[in-house]
Design a protein around this ligand. Structure first.
Ligand code: UD1
Length: 416
């Protein structure tokens, strides 16, 4: 396991460029399975999750080339229908191949998703939607086996606006006869990105970004060239790094409209936030205001920023309340933040954070990706040095993290 040694209390100043969105890249990669031609994807971040999805595509027979700048995927010939248990264990989003494989081959097989560190994360909405399209779903020997001769369009209502289920059904419906309507769909920017790519491939789909998405299936789909959107969660994490180090960072390659709840909350904590066309500057000196945060589906406050904001709140002047409504077990960073001197108590789905004057350096451990990001931020702000363990989790979502932070004055190094 790799570790970071981080010397805290270094003021960060300068420019940081946000990489392409991880959560948009994964469905875009899965969508290449639908095309009868090569697709070229640009600005895909080179992260372990992306590497896992590439391995999944290769295991299905797709040819993948990476020239460092672009990823080219040719999925004209597919030879597999299954995701291995190892792939699923490494990355839950491997389940995104269900929709495109059913559209292409009428068959797909994935291991049943097990428990996940941030909650149970069921797949019932994915499976309910697929069943409505006429897919036969069997659970045998720990696998979900999905088969269909010909899918037919349907009206599908999601009980919860699930990002993954919306994406899976958008891709599956590409292969269904007639019209599919997805109601109570998730509205995240990553879903609009997927719609844009499907449209560029020749698909007929509208409505992404609203609660209803309409797909006209069985259009011929080809390869395309597509550039992924910037990662709003990475950008948000950099914004908080500026606040927590009393710094001044210009964060490039962002789409500010995707970040409104993060921008609003960063302003509320007292930081000076200047929003430009494709960059955001965050500057902060002085006290951090306490606040209330409640995670919700987009355009509400993103659960993927909850741990990082909690790290920020540990240093606020007063008491904050952080309520997590999306995942039931997403407070694993609390114990680790306490090791650094944070005063946090958890009551059900809320964490009460009593701001302290200073965080102390400590040995802490990332337990998942965003918990790791929260501890990274806390260590940047802490008085002394910290050792952050299990940073493999952080590499799932943050590209070139140490290069980016060293360039703006961060004092951190990787230790094996
Ligand atoms: C995606 C993101 C993840 C983010 C999450 C919520 C990717 C690769 N990951 O995950 O970073 O934290 O959205 O914004 O894009 N649910 C069900 N049944 C289902 C599916 C989901 O009950 O069939 C529930 C989940 O348990 C959770 C909520 O719906 O409570 C949202 O989950 P979902 O939007 O599906 O998250 P993911 O797509 O897994």
């Amino acid at each position: 396991m790799n570790r970071y040694l981080i010397n805290g209390k270094q003021r960060l100043e300068g420019q940081i460029t946000t990489s392409g969105s991880k959560n948009a890249s994964l469905p875009l990669l899965a969508a290449t399975l639908l095309g009868m031609g090569e697709s070229t994807l640009k600005k895909i971040p080179r992260l372990s999750d992306v590497e896992h999805m590439v391995q999944v595509l290769k295991s299905l027979g797709a040819k993948v080339e990476d020239d460092g700048e672009t990823l080219s995927i040719d999925a004209r010939v597919l030879t597999g229908i299954s995701v291995s248990e190892e792939c699923m264990r490494q990355m839950r989003a491997s389940n995104l191949i269900l929709g495109p494989l059913l559209a292409r081959l009428g068959e797909a097989r994935i291991p049943l998703p097990g428990g996940c560190r941030i909650g149970s994360r069921p797949m019932d909405q994915h499976l309910k939607g697929l069943a409505a399209l006429g897919v036969d779903i069997q659970e045998t020997h720990g696998y979900i086996e999905a088969k269909v001769k010909r899918m037919r369009g349907a009206d599908i209502y999601f009980d919860v606006p699930s990002v993954g289920a919306t994406e899976n059904l958008m891709m599956a419906a590409m292969g269904a006869d007639g019209t599919t309507l997805l109601h109570n769909a998730a509205r995240e920017p990553e879903i609009i990105d997927l719609q844009n790519m499907l449209t560029a491939m020749g698909g007929k789909i509208i409505g992404a970004g609203t609660a209803t998405i309409r797909i006209e299936g069985r259009q011929p789909l080809w390869g395309t060239e597509y550039t992924v959107i910037p990662d709003r969660i990475e950008a948000g994490t950099h914004m908080l790094a500026a606040v927590m180090t009393q710094g001044d960072l210009e964060i490039d390659n962002v789409i500010p409209e995707h970040m409104s709840p993060i921008i609003a909350k960063t302003k509320q904590c007292g930081a000076e936030v200047t929003v430009n066309n494709s960059s955001i500057r965050v500057k902060h000196t002085g006290a951090i205001n306490p606040m209330e945060i409640k995670t919700l589906s987009y355009p509400g406050f993103p659960t993927d920023m909850q741990p990082q904001f909690m790290a920020l709140m540990t240093l606020a002047q007063g008491t904050s309340v952080v309520t997590e409504t999306i995942f039931e077990n997403r407070f694993q960073h609390v114990d680790e933040l306490r090791r650094m001197g944070a005063k946090i108590s958890v009551e059900g789905r809320s964490a009460i954070v009593h701001g302290v004057e200073r965080l102390e350096g400590a040995f802490v451990e990332a337990t998942d990706l965003r918990a790791g990001a929260a501890l990274f931020l806390a260590a940047l702000a802490a008085e002394e040095a910290s050792v952050l363990q299990n940073i493999e989790y952080i590499f799932r979502g943050y590209e070139k993290l140490e290069e980016k932070y060293q360039a703006v004055g961060g004092k951190l190094q990787r230790m094996v």
